[in-house]
Design a protein around this ligand. Sequence first.
Ligand code: FDA
Length: 492
Amino acid sequence: MSIPLTMPVERSTAVEERTRAIGRQIFSLVRESGGEGWLEARLMDLTLRDERVKAELFRFVDVLPVLSDDRQVVLHLREYLLSVQHRLPIWLVNVVRQMPDEGWPVEIVATLARFGASRMAKRFIPASNVPQALHMVKQLRKRSMAFTVDLLGEAVLSEAEADRYAAEYHTLIEGLADAARAWSSVPMLDNSPAGPIPRINVSVKLSSLFSQFDPASPEGTTTAVLGRLRPILQSARRRGVFVNFDMEQFAYKDLTLAIFRSVLSEAEFADWTDVGLAIQAYLESSGDDLRALVQWAQRRGAPVWVRLVKGAYWDYETVVARQNGWPLPVYARKAQTDANYEALTAFLIANHAHLRPAIASHNIRSIAHALALAESYLLPPRLLEFQMLYGMADPIKTSLVAMGQRVRVYTPYGQLLPGMAYLVRRLLENTSNESFLRAGMHGHATEEHLLMNPLQNLEIQSTSRHDPRNAVLVQRPSFVNEAMVDFTRADQ
Ligand code: FDA
């Protein structure tokens, strides 16, 4: 039977105290590590403090990979930056204005722009092919960190592209599995109290397996996706490779869950436990989804992993919902997402026999809370694992390893063009005012504030008349269009 989301008061008080103690311990280890790797983040923070400037720079980075002509690079850079010139330092405006239109200086400016963008991209996308990805993951294992490899690319546009994508996944799985046979064992990474953990772990986005992925056509989409997914899963299972399903935008969520449940109920996969999927705590529906998932896993009789994330599409979901006049599927306040993340962590830990918890967060409070809960449920160490993205929060990863935890690093590889959506999500995440990393590591919040219970945070916010978020939430336009019909929803 699944356990409800609420906890007795005595237990929650004890968990709260331990959360803060563990949080302080992690902060202290992070400080001891000297915070290596934060310099670039700080530089990014300084340049991207202004939302409008940030938007223009992201537009430029987005278009850069398709600009083959140096002159076009300079023209675009000038156009984007001058559109926000009143927000830039005067020296920079002068430099941009005086950028040349032709000759060798154009070549230099274009080369510098490409160099800058590719350096920024390399921070989050460390490899562009399988041998490079292999090198990166070997480095991670040397640092006692596990990995999951993701082939960049989503929402493919043609069937030929989907075929190429599926073929590349086969190459990736075969290449990594062959190489892993020669690796020496790292017990902390390769074993958990529940049994052996596959050395190779890959993540896949379903929208990359069918060019017409469309929730309005669930049967057609499922058949086409399964045509490419099943052989990938068969190959992975044969080679002892773990497969995780990423979660994309809200519109794809129900179909992704349905395909996950359907294929893993098929006879050849029904007892396979080296599989999992991501659940996004910023969705109001995530609690119901987890409840349904635990019931399904109980019926199936074999556990699956749940990678608990907060969700990477908050800006997109907010814009799409507002544009169509639909209710927001995501929480409007960061503290609500954080509080839901903690409730879902508690649910996963209580139901760990059916849903194995993978805590994917760079937030020390969220991580410490999971560790405190695991202690309170007397779970053996490393029954749950922690996951973080490549290029983010390295000192937190190292601190958790020092504390004897299994840390898995999400390592994407591929070309910049198909990886652009991923890169822009990382840039948004790293420069968001709401981000824990930005607030925590760049010094504009105290440790105690960062370790505060999100429920307490919410209480403070909702009573503060000066909190601008309260005004935003009640603002209503004077004229409201009839909402668009969402044909993917049965009730409409
Ligand atoms: P932090 O505590 O700073 O939280 C930031 C998050 O809070 C935002 O990303 C957003 O979800 C939420 N938020 C921000 N502003 C908000 C507001 N005003 N109201 C409500 N909520 C707000 N993502 C995904 O969607 N699908 C996936 O499959 C994966 N896969 C994945 C794998 C791994 C290993 C990791 C580490 C991460 C992912 N992610 C993901 C990305 C993940 O969603 C993203 O990294 C986290 O949201 C960042 O949360 P933190 O706890 O690290 O930071």
